[in-house]
Ligand binder design. Structure first.
Ligand code: ZN
Length: 111
């Protein structure tokens, strides 16, 4: 019979020069890899956009910021927006209600 060829010889030179993984799953339309993050370190801004549902988000970057940081920021922001949006809170922080049950302590002043 013939000799068996060793078939498991994979060329390792297929490494493509890809940019960092900047495609993420969209929170809103749930398409995989539809959200892309572009970092502009020169300008110090990041642009996140979903090419499917056109959600956008912008944030600031520094030299340590990675696309995934922007993505998680976006998640936080979207989360916060969701909690804020449905119920518009009445802006009644300063209640002008008169203080009820004022304790009269005119007896404590006796001699
Ligand atoms: Zn989307």
């Amino acid at each position: 019979m013939g000799k068996r060829k060793k078939a498991a010889k994979r060329p390792q030179s297929q490494r493509q020069k890809e940019p960092l993984d900047t495609a993420f799953t969209c929170l809103f339309c749930h398409h995989e890899k539809s959200v892309t993050v572009r970092l502009d370190r020169k300008e110090g801004v990041a642009q996140l956009v979903c090419r499917v549902c056109d959600q956008r988000y912008q944030s600031k970057v520094n030299h340590l910021t990675e696309p995934v940081d922007i993505y998680s920021e976006w998640i936080d922001a979207a989360d916060a927006a969701q909690h804020d949006a449905p119920a518009a809170r009445p802006a009644a922080t300063s209640s002008s209600r008169p203080v009820a049950a004022a304790v009269s302590d005119d007896e404590s002043d006796q001699d």
